[in-house]
Structures are given as structure tokens and as C-alpha cells.
Write a protein that binds this ligand. Structure first.
Ligand code: SF4
Ligand code: MG
Length: 321
């Protein structure tokens, strides 16, 4: 197992008091596996990623749970050890590539510097490897691009460079948080394909965060659906998307634009994500769930296996079993 998170609870302290952002979140990623984490904004996807990376702010607190990475307990590591783990053993790609790039340094020099930090090579060799890394992320004319500043390049090119940077150590795990959200549709596809290709070629495990089930179906081996800081369904991508066990997963699937009817606008899921500060009793999805029953407003359904390799947190599934 590359990464294992068990029963993680994260609280944020803000002006309005304490809010539980993650509730008993568990996940695991095996070597070479791509796990998709999907849900609307505010579902806890990014908080899950930041917890692994040790990048939760000072107003956050991990109250219970475990995170182990290649057998090492991450929650016992100090800031320095976490910093060396990030970038070297865990690569990161975020939505906005500019946050990961040095604005006043040429692309080739940035890459070479990172490569030199991770490997015992000369400056010259590092630069050569940097150009090769650009080629590997399918940048045409890498020699020319290496001499450019980030602001001279398009968003898609910048994100390719961020991926090259993230993969340079090379890491055992790549965490990509909405890596294509800021890009236009054709570029999105290319970037996702690139991530999948690197996963195949290098055997790097990937945690891919997205709000788009279409992305999940193309790239992920397994998917975890989050709602209001909890995991509501988890299983093999194909199985989950073909026959969702949780009404929220079903609603996300219905919100996908109809491929047979282009021009149809994206459907929103009626209702709103509950305010985590005033979390309702029972199932957090109840106010939006077309299948809600009396018990749903009273008692929280636990995440439990509904079949082989498949779990869901819904009272409906408990009746079926
Ligand atoms: Fe809907 Fe009830 Fe299942 Fe929640 S537990 S998703 S309200 S049926
Ligand atoms: Mg997010």
C-alpha cells in the first residue's frame, strides 16, 4: 500500500467557532493505482489532499485518525520532514499552475534546479534532464520552451511544466487537485491523458481530485465520492458509475451533460450543500435526496460494504442487505 488514511477527522477553528471539515475519512491507494476523489466544492476533497501533504493551515487540527505513507506515519513527522517528503516522494499539481512556478525564472532553469536537488548530477546534466522532462510531458520544441518565462506560455503549457516538476524526483504518489479546472476542454483532455500516461509508464500512484465524474470515468481505477466532509460511496470506477449505490453519486451522474444531446446545459443538483457549522441530524444529504426516508433525518448511516470492494453510506443499502 502506498497511502493509507484511517478515520481522519479535521476541525477548523474560525470566527464562528469550530467546524468539522472531515469526518472519519478513510482511503487507500495501492502502487500504480489512480484513485479519484469526487464531490461538489465544500465536500472536503482538498482538505483531504492538504491533510496528506501536511499543508493544512494553523487554524486546522487533525483531531483523530492516521495517515501512513509507504508504512511511515505522516502525523508524527515535523515540518522539515514533511517538506522534504513533498516534492521528493509526493508530487503536487494544483488548479492554478502559476502558484507552483517561479515567475521570474526561466522554465528550464526551474526544472534543472529541482532535478539537481533530488539527484546527484552536475548543473549541465540537470539542464539536459530538464529538457528531456519537457519532452516527456509532450512539449514540442523543449529546447525553446526551456528558455521561456512562465508568463510567456499558455495555461496548458504551464500545467505540463508543473507536472514535469512534480514528476522530477520521481515521486511514488502524485496528488492532483483539480489540475484541469482552469483549462479549456481540449487541453483538459490532453493533461488528463498525460497524467494517465505517466501513471502507466512510471507506476506512480495518483490521487486525482475533481468535481467532474467524466474525468473520473476516463482516468481513475477507483473512485471515492465525498459529501459534506464524509465518504458516501467508494468502489471500482466502472461499477460505481454503472450502478451507483448512493443517491448523491446518482445525482452527480445526472448532472453530467448529456453526450447524446450536446448544447444541453449542465444540470445542477437541486438544493445546497449543508452548512457544516449547523450540520443537520442524520444523513447530510437528506435535504436534497429524492429517496429520503424518516430514519434519514434522525440517524447518520455508516459507510459499510454493500458488495465486494464497494461501500456506501445510505440507509437504502442497509435495507437491501
Ligand atoms: Fe438519501 Fe437516506 Fe440514503 Fe441519505 S441515507 S442518501 S437521505 S436515502
Ligand atoms: Mg477544492
Amino acid at each position: 500500500m502506498v497511502l493509507e488514511m484511517k478515520d481522519l477527522c479535521v476541525d477548523f477553528t474560525g470566527m464562528r467557532g469550530k467546524v468539522r471539515a472531515l469526518r472519519n475519512v478513510s482511503l487507500s491507494i495501492e502502487k500504480g493505482e489512480v484513485l479519484g476523489v469526487v464531490g461538489e466544492s465544500g465536500s472536503g476533497k482538498s482538505v483531504t489532499a492538504l491533510s496528506i501533504l501536511g499543508l493544512l493551515g494553523s487554524n486546522a487540527n487533525i483531531s483523530t485518525g492516521e495517515i501512513s505513507y509507504l508504512g511511515q506515519n505522516l502525523l508524527t513527522l515535523g515540518p522539515k520532514e514533511m517538506q522534504s517528503l513533498r516534492g521528493k516522494k509526493i508530487g503536487m499539481v494544483f488548479q492554478e499552475p502559476m502558484t507552483a512556478l517561479h515567475p521570474t525564472m526561466k522554465v528550464g532553469n526551474q526544472l534543472a534546479e529541482v532535478i539537481k536537488r533530488h539527484r546527484s548530477v552536475t548543473k549541465r546534466q540537470a539542464y539536459k534532464l530538464a529538457v528531456e522532462a519537457l519532452k516527456e510531458v509532450h512539449i514540442h520544441d523543449p529546447e525553446l520552451v526551456a528558455k521561456k518565462y512562465p508568463f510567456e506560455l499558455s495555461g496548458g503549457m504551464r500545467q505540463r511544466i508543473v507536472i514535469a516538476l512534480a514528476m522530477s524526483a520521481p515521486p511514488d504518489l502524485l496528488i492532483a487537485d483539480e489540475p484541469t479546472t482552469a483549462l479549456d476542454v481540449t487541453i483538459q483532455k490532453e493533461i488528463l491523458q498525460l497524467i494517465k500516461e505517466l501513471n502507466h509508464k512510471r507506476g506512480t500512484s495518483v490521487l486525482l481530485i475533481t468535481h467532474d465524474l467524466g474525468v473520473v470515468s476516463n482516468v481513475c481505477d477507483r473512485v471515492m465520492v465525498m459529501y459534506a466532509g464524509e465518504v458516501v460511496e467508494e468502489g471500482k470506477t466502472e461499477e460505481v458509475l454503472n450502478a451507483p449505490s448512493h443517491p448523491y453519486t446518482e445525482a452527480l451522474l445526472h448532472a453530467l451533460p448529456d453526450l447524446a444531446d450536446p448544447g444541453e446545459p449542465l444540470k445542477a443538483i437541486p438544493g445546497e450543500v449543508p452548512d457544516l457549522q449547523n450540520r443537520p441530524a442524520g444523513c447530510a444529504f437528506a435535504s436534497r435526496c429524492p429517496k429520503a426516508m424518516d430514519i434519514c433525518g434522525i440517524s447518520v448511516p455508516a459507510l459499510e460494504p454493500v458488495s465486494n470492494n464497494r461501500s456506501a453510506a445510505c440507509w437504502l443499502r442497509r435495507d437491501i442487505r
